[in-house]
Design a protein around this ligand. Structure first.
Ligand SMILES: [Mn+2]
Length: 311
């Protein structure tokens, strides 16, 4: 049975405290539990001060069959950052812009850009599947979107690991594969109705919004779906969202996601979906947490299986 752990973002000490709380012990071949395994939801790196240690803990657990892991958008970006763009000599699949560098700077500085450790980390990230569809549960970093998983299938091997040859296409802004990949790892974003826009916390004018993509139905409106700051939600109209912009979730199996920075007391999204990213790396919330769900085969999730540590 599995303990699913949310986004760590370089907070290795919190991870060790959470593993201890879950009954894992550190032995010569890494952290382990006599009869449980961890599933990591991705986003091991960027932001925190113990990113290398975080990778070491997680990779050692995976290598010794004490954990599974999926890729987060930060691992995807880390790979694209190091991968030369063969069509544009001197460029990389993720552009080396100031913004992109700032997001990744703490990782590059800690691990040493181009070092053996950096190359080893990237090689490991490339082996992380994009999702897991196990007998009793599903795991993906941000969004389980059945049609986009089908779109991505030609680019993945049978373990949902990206084929070496597929990276350029998955990084090519505008390709169907890129849109599918972005949705799986970053969540479903939709265009707001014509004429509607808002200014986000960074001062950027937004005409698109993240969505609570798991909601679906005839009466779902843009305001229902929009994930925007609470002072902005009233600007989003109660206009119906066309069905093709609704992902929805069938609830066939419990689904575990990370990515969305939750805060407050950890809780489920609903009885079929748990988001386990409780913002361990957040700067401006009262009590950042690293959170896990102790899953023992149940088909309906219960909030009392959530376990967390404070930063
Ligand atoms: Mn993420």
């Amino acid at each position: 049975m599995f303990d699913i752990i949310g986004d760590i973002h370089g907070y290795a000490t919190a991870l060790e405290r959470l593993l201890t709380k879950l009954g894992y012990e550190e032995k010569a071949d890494g952290w382990q539990h006599p009869d449980r395994k961890v599933i990591f939801l991705g986003d091991f790196v960027d932001r925190g001060l113990e990113q290398v240690k975080t990778i070491t803990i997680a990779k050692t657990m995976v290598d010794n069959n004490h954990a599974l892991a999926v890729m987060g958008n930060h691992e995807f970006n880390a790979i694209a950052w190091t991968t030369p763009d063969k069509e544009q000599p001197g460029q990389f699949l993720r552009a080396h812009t100031k913004n992109n560098f700032n997001q990744h700077e703490a990782f590059l500085n800690e691990i040493g850009e181009g070092s053996v450790a950096h190359q080893a980390a990237i090689a490991w990230f490339k082996q992380l599947p994009l999702y897991l569809d196990l007998p009793g549960l599903r795991v993906v970093h941000a969004c389980w979107h059945q049609e986009y998983l089908i779109t991505l299938a030609p680019y993945l091997n049978e373990h949902a690991i990206v084929l070496a040859s597929a990276w350029p296409e998955l990084c090519r802004n505008g390709s169907a594969a890129f849109e599918a990949l972005e949705t799986i790892l970053k969540g479903m974003e939709i265009a707001l109705p014509a004429g509607v826009e808002f200014t986000d916390n960074y001062g950027h004018v937004r005409k698109r919004t993240r969505t609570s993509w798991w909601l679906s139905g005839n009466h779902i409106t843009y305001r229902d779906l929009a994930m925007v700051p609470s002072d902005i939600i009233s600007k989003i109209p109660h206009e119906p969202v066309p069905p093709h912009l609704q992902a929805g979730y069938d609830g066939d199996k419990p689904l575990f996601i990370g990515h969305y920075w939750m805060n407050g007391t950890p809780d489920l999204i609903n009885k079929h979906i748990a988001c386990l990213d409780w913002s361990i790396a957040a700067k401006n919330i009262p009590s950042p947490k690293l959170c896990a769900y102790q899953w023992s085969g149940e088909s309906e999730l219960t909030a009392d299986h959530l376990v967390w540590v404070e930063r």
